[in-house]
Design a protein around this ligand. Sequence first.
Ligand SMILES: [Zn+2]
Length: 87
Amino acid sequence: MGTEAQGPMAGRIPVSDETLANLFSSNEGLPCREGTALLRAFAEHRPSDFAFLTPSDLVDLSTSAFDGIVEWDSFSAHYGTCELCHA
Ligand SMILES: [Zn+2]
């Protein structure tokens, strides 16, 4: 993990694994590393949208209200097809 420069334009608020994990049932857990990184990108770039994300959005990606958001589309395309995310 590299550390990004925190310039004056860096408005991102770091999102913890715990915050992300709360969206998944305890027996399923977090997605794979890549899936987690994609979800974190959505959370950090779109905090106002992420605030409305619920566990049900992750169960049925097809009904997501976040379609069209680049970061969400990247995550859902990965999460919907990645076997590691559902191992
Ligand atoms: Zn995955």
